[in-house]
Design a protein. Sequence first.
Lengths: 550, 417, 217
Amino acid sequence: MTTGIPYPEALSRLPPGGAQPMRPDPLPAPELLARHHPDHIGASRVTLAVGANRGDTCPPEVARLLQSNALVDDLDLAGAPLHTTDVLVVGGGGAGCAAALVAAAKGARVVLATKLRIGDSNTVMAEGGIQAAVGAEDSLQAHFEDTMRTGHFAADRALVARMVTDGPDVIRWLIRQGVSFDLATDQSACSRLLLKRAGGASAARILSYRDYTGLEIMRVLREAVDLDPGIEVWDGCPAVELLSDDYGACAGAVIYNLEWHSFVLVRSRATILATGGSGRLHLDRFATSNHYGATGDGLVLAYRIGAKLREADSFQYHPTGLAHPAWLAGSLISEAARSLGATLVNGLGERFIDELQPRDVVAAAMLRECAEGRAIERDGRTGLFLDSPSLEAREPGILGRRLVTLCHLAEKCGIDPAREPLLVHPTLHYQNGGVAIDASGFTGVRGLYCAGEVSGGIHGRNRMMGNALLDILSFGRRAGAKAASKLGGVRPGRAGIGHVYEWQRQLTAAGLPLHVKGPALFPSYGHFDLRADAGLRSGKGRIGSGRTTR
Amino acid sequence: MHRLNQVLLAMDRLVGADLAGWLAHGGGTGLARALDHPAGVIGVLAEADLRGMGGAGFPTHRKWAFVAAAGGSGGDRYVVCNGNEDEPGTFKDRFLLEHAPHQVIEGALIAATAVGANHVILYVNPHQTEALRTCREAVAQWLDHPLLARLAAQLGGAVTLAVVPSSGLYIGGEETAVVATIEGGFPFPRKKPPYPGQSGIRGAPTLINNTETLAHVPHILREGAAWYRDLGVGAACGTKLYSLSGDVLRPGLYELPMGTTLEDLIFSFGGGMLQGKEFKAVFTGGPSNTLLTKRDLDVPLDFESVRERRSRLGTGAMIVISEGTSIVRKVAEYVQFFADGSCGQCPPCKGGTFQLARLIHRIDTGRGIRADLEALENLCRILPGSGRCGLIDGAVTVVDSSLHTFREEYESHLLGR
Amino acid sequence: MAGTIVRATVDGRAVEVPGGQSILQAYVAAGHTLVEGVGCMGLGVCGSCRVLVRRAGAAEVRAELACQSLIEDGMQVSFLAYFKAERPHRYRIEDVADSWRMLDKVPEVFPEAAHCRHCSGCDRACPKHLEVQIGVERAVAGDLTAAAAAFDQCIMCNLCTLACPEHIRPNHLGLFVRRMVASQTLRPVDLLQRLHQIAEAQMAVDPDAPGGRAPAG
């Protein structure tokens, strides 16, 4: 491991006022990414040997789960009760709630099953805001092109066009549900929305509510779902496998009830996976800003039943994850800090990157500083300074007024951000790729839809700030509407885990081990063993052994 | 066999609101004696060793003496008869207030004489509508009685005698909550000290006694302390109302000599176990105390003897459980009662009883795992003493005790045991 | 202090780990299984990791968030399940049809709110230290702006709903007020204009425009 510059020394080199010039950079952005972005470091890539993406590469942690065997056998499900519904939504974040609300509004009976509790998701943690091109100087086309360019033109143009066009309507829908947004002026009647500019954007387009936009959206959507008589919410109920019919269509899911330690088979006309991302797989041992349940379950289940993935090797590392102290490592400092003018400074007191470059470029530049020994080291943690004192010096009061969450975080670190900089390091933040979908969230496997971070094609190989919240609501609503429609579902028939046997044949033919099981359900340090928890054969110990439930 | 229902529940004293009927069967004498020698009343109670029958068993004379000595002379003083009785398995006070309210009222007037109180309040649970109605009727009959006028003359001013409905909530029985309610507020328990005896209703010294406690007083004054002492078994004094319920053949309210054994109560008076089943345990009222089990059948039911078995006599409620009844389900029921009854002022009480109830409910409904037992025991260690009143402590005691005594039964409910 | 070993108990399980980590982190670091009572795990916004905490030597037991409190030596912790009120308030935000009647909606949907006993149980239960009781008071008084502000940072952990002896469900009341105000009054003119342009086909995306494609070479 490379070492950094000791903290006290680095601190003494931090120029007061933060007016230091940028260090000239001989390396063009593509070269910087190729050399320093984790996506491009070839040694950490594995080629998939089975499934719809055979031949593609992805990180080993993801490949291991994508090519895993099912957690359950048919016999394990003996005696499991059968529940039927029109639409099964798996996942209780923003995408799942939006899908459930729209499906229920169209008259479908909806079961929303979620591993943790409804609302416990990356959505609730989103700080920065949501993009929608409403500014007079802005346009849908600009939003479209910014998104394509930031994603290195890898995204599906049709999907991006749909999403950006949905933007203003998504905001209207949110306001109708009761979500607030910050306004540019205090004048309340017919004010303009407060717009912030995201890194890589050609116009100010971020709408926000303070710096907890995700919380504002999530608490409203959760309440709307909870109060909707057409939606049953099942907390503590992860999907452990999908159900398939004789024709290979998705016919529901096997749900595990963590409280009852037992399985339920949910037979549905349409199934929407809104399971979110995979930061808790800690690729390359990166800390993550993701919530506890982000273990890529939907990706694994969809792949096993035959769905195709895209850009599954591409992840976003948010530049400003907290690096110190250890217990808060990975916690996110919103991009809003950089939008408002906070700079990044290395251990030599130099600015080394334009902080408003796209996230992947900024993260790669930071990783370069770390790799080349110019980062700051404190108590064994390595990072770079986010120069909040200079920002406060330039605009007194701005931290307390505009960066509430940052101030809370600094308080937990035991520092005053107006006087002392925060130590930051890129943190695993977002799964850029995912299950390939069409404009209605359809995966190509009949009866199966995906929405939100689990899906791919919208952000290409790098996501813009604020496009994630738009994505989940745009495609969550689309998937919910299509799933609830007459043509969106599959006819009730026999449902089982037949596709799993076919999968096992493929695994065996490819010489892959059958003892590796997936999806992960919980991070490895969560010490969860489904078979033990359910008291299944070959499970270790008795039901629920080793576990505390509440 | 001991004599049954010889004082409070004697047939000829169950006259309801009929004051003349009460006066014809020994009523009035006690109060008259007290008015003759007000300064001697507390001494008589001390000699009789009368205890607080609401659960604590605190010597009544000490409480009276404390109030009598509180503050200066002059100003208001209150006597409150606490008839909020609401907990599962206790049904003695409502019976007294419905069928023999005058002995209670006379007891309260004697208390007023002894502590110099010019306000006497019957604080009655409004859910017991019949008791409330009878009390109002009974109080009205006292208002122009000469004894009341004598009391007023002695105190040098008017004496009020009134019925105040309580909130009917369980916490409303806690002394500071009684004060809060009578002052017109919600029955939120308050921090102690100050105790109501020092500073109670609107800051005035306030004596709060359980209904049954006050009912004993006129008889003691009339017949004398020695007579009262002799009613008890062994060292115990007087009689006690036992609310017997659960899996017995003849549940009901029994007045028996203080110190009657549990076995006598259940098998001689209660007619033994329902269906002839094996005796398993008793929740004493309650139900917030340590469970009594088979080896406690010989325990004399008085405050000291039960305390020696590490439990408490409480209100004298005995909820009997046979082998055919689930301890876990009973505890779940009672803990839910406490969770609902917790007022929410203290987060650990509201949160703690909620979590206790949830865990036990889970075990009771077949979803429990071993870790739930550990979590329960953990709560039993964290929670005691964390509330303003004793509600959380009572809930913890019954959980802890049942977990300790009937662990196997809990374990037999667990998934994949 | 970071590094020093601390000994604590969480849900009856021994936790013996280096200090300087949150209760949640300490719990999993000690090897225990964690599948509920956890969400964002560090940000303090999801309200899932509610715990009762008694610190060594303290008589007081406090309601806190396990991802926000550091583990300490001698700490005793119990997780608190998510409380769901038995009689959930039922409303559809769309049904607040007439914004001139917003004030009537508060007592209509939350009739209990007027019964506040001012016991401060909600304030004491709030792990975010919000002024819950004042928020309820303002909502009842019809000061919707002040009520909305009081609940601005609410994470909907439901501990105030659990605490309230009058079953007011303060956090849901606060959210109701906030939703009602936003849905009835927020009409940003720039959004209206853009929606109009899209509806009138005056603005659309051309997915084939050069700006959406990788530059040649």
